[in-house]
Design a protein around this ligand. Structure first.
Ligand code: SDX
Length: 428
């Protein structure tokens, strides 16, 4: 704990607030005693200037466009690692050696199946249900099947629940897709890698042999790595807040899925592809740039802007390269890629976007890749949830193990009616 302080004076208040420093990144003003010492709250809707916790998992520098998982730059992990290693790294804090990696993969692989009764949940949904609604429902319902991993005070049970969630999300995601197209569910294949197994559960059918395309397997694994964690984003903060009440891990992850669904967050990849389809051709780009700049128009350029990155999103750069590789491998000429490339070029030269420091984010190119790989648009955010589950469970474990954590309970600036007496209906 540093001995640095900051004095806050005025309005009859004169308090010294401790300044805390991390290993990297901005210092923080510790305001935990502010209300007791001043009778005032801080005010920060959207938490744009608020650190909600300590964490050692992911670090982002929005100005430098840097993203590090446990200190390793995302670019290096994208080039040299794989999603299972990244899961181990996020959960345990270090890259695994060969034996640790093999055991982790084995442990996750042998949790990929679901209790057979869970299949019945799907029949309660309409075939055209959005798969994110199915993910919210089925993941939350896992709590009624896995009673031996609900006790959050038991570190072993927390770890089992974490492995189960990482392992079962692809199975549930693929089942949500199969249900929507009326094809039979495909059981996990333990001989395949995490990403290859997911592609097989998604796209294989019982009447034909299915061979995983290694380029698509690598692209899938890369997309999972890039989306795995991102410090205290909206859905991770939701998981932490739900977990702070002592809710079980499956309920907490279901709350994260619900939050991720929003188009301002994880739903942006689906919204971005739909926007590119609506623009349709390069010659209509300026019309949409105008809409994005028009304060009276609620339209926003989906896949652009970020609460933290005020320079490029390092994930978007890797995604752009992957988009070209996947489309070349598949021999796909997607005009939407041309629209996206031209839109990016025009937006990055437009004063509005330059002044507001709006750059393509992780969602800008992911939809083009996923569409080329055969995923329907509604599945894009589901894939984001599959990947982000390891980030959510890592942050959830960190929160529970934090000795200073307590139930999250923000306050407010009240602008409503002051106390008044009840009026009988005949007198209103
Ligand atoms: C993700 O937090 C995370 O880490 C999220 C994420 C993760 O990995 O978990 O990175 C994943 O959610 C990425 C973001 C995906 N969302 C989108 O692509 C949707 C489109 N983007 C916007 O909705 C917006 O940029 C947000 C929600 C991402 C950020 O919202 P902010 O913080 O309110 O944006 P801002 O304060 O930086 O905006 C500054 C200005 C505002 O105008 P003024 O009020 O100053 O006049 O830029 C405008 C905004 O209106 N603006 C946009 C815009 N994004 C911001 N204008 C047009 N198009 C946009 N996309």
């Amino acid at each position: 704990m540093s001995d640095k302080t900051m004095k806050l004076t005025g309005q009859g208040v004169d308090v010294d607030l401790p300044i805390l420093s991390g290993t990297v990144g901005p210092d923080v003003i510790d305001i935990r005693k502010l209300y007791a010492q001043s009778g005032m709250f801080t005010y920060d809707p959207g938490f744009t200037s608020t650190a909600s916790c300590d964490s050692s998992i992911t670090y982002i520098d929005g100005d430098l466009g840097e993203l590090q998982y446990r200190g390793y730059p995302i670019e290096q992990l994208a080039e040299h690692s794989d999603f299972m290693e990244v899961c181990y790294l996020l959960l345990k804090g270090e890259l695994p050696n060969k034996e640790e990696k093999a055991k982790f993969i084995n442990d996750v692989t042998y949790h990929t199946m679901l209790h057979e009764q869970i299949n019945h949940f799907f029949n309660g949904f309409r075939r055209d249900a959005h798969p994110m609604s199915i993910m919210c429902g089925v993941v939350g319902a896992l709590a009624s099947f896995y009673h031996d991993s609900l006790d959050i005070s038991d570190e072993h049970q927390r770890l089992v629940a974490s492995y189960r969630l990482i392992a079962k999300m692809p199975t549930i995601a693929a089942m949500a897709y199969k249900y929507s197209v009326g094809q039979p569910f495909v059981y996990p294949d333990n001989n395949l890698s995490y990403s290859a197994n997911f592609l097989k559960m998604m796209f294989s059918v019982p009447c034909e042999e299915y061979k995983v395309n290694p380029v698509l397997e690598k692209a899938m694994d890369l997309i999972f790595m890039l989306h795995a964690d991102h410090e205290q984003n909206a859905s991770t903060s939701t998981v932490r807040l739900a977990g702070s009440s002592g809710a079980n891990p499956f309920a907490c992850i279901a709350s994260g899925i619900a939050c991720l669904w929003g188009p301002a967050h994880g739903g942006a990849n689906e919204a971005c592809l739909k926007m590119l389809q609506e623009i349709g051709s390069v010659d209509r780009i300026q019309e949409y740039i105008g809409k994005a700049k028009d304060k009276e128009d609620p339209f926003r350029l989906m896949g652009f802007g970020h609460r933290v990155y005020k320079n490029f999103d390092p994930r978007a750069k890797v995604m752009r390269e992957t988009a070209h590789k996947v489309l070349a491998e598949l021999g796909v000429q997607d005009p939407l890629l041309d629209v996206a490339m031209e839109l990016e070029k025009i937006a990055l030269e437009d004063p509005y976007f330059v002044e507001k420091r709006l750059y393509p984010n992780v969602d800008f190119y992911s939809g083009i890749i996923l569409k080329a790989m055969g995923f329907p648009t509604e599945m894009f955010t589901v894939l984001f949830a599959v990947s982000r589950t390891v980030g959510w469970v890592s942050q959830w474990n960190e929160m529970i193990a934090d000795p200073i954590q307590k139930i999250g309970r923000p306050r407010q600036l009240f602008l409503g009616e002051t106390q008044r007496d009840f009026v009988k209906i005949e007198d209103r």
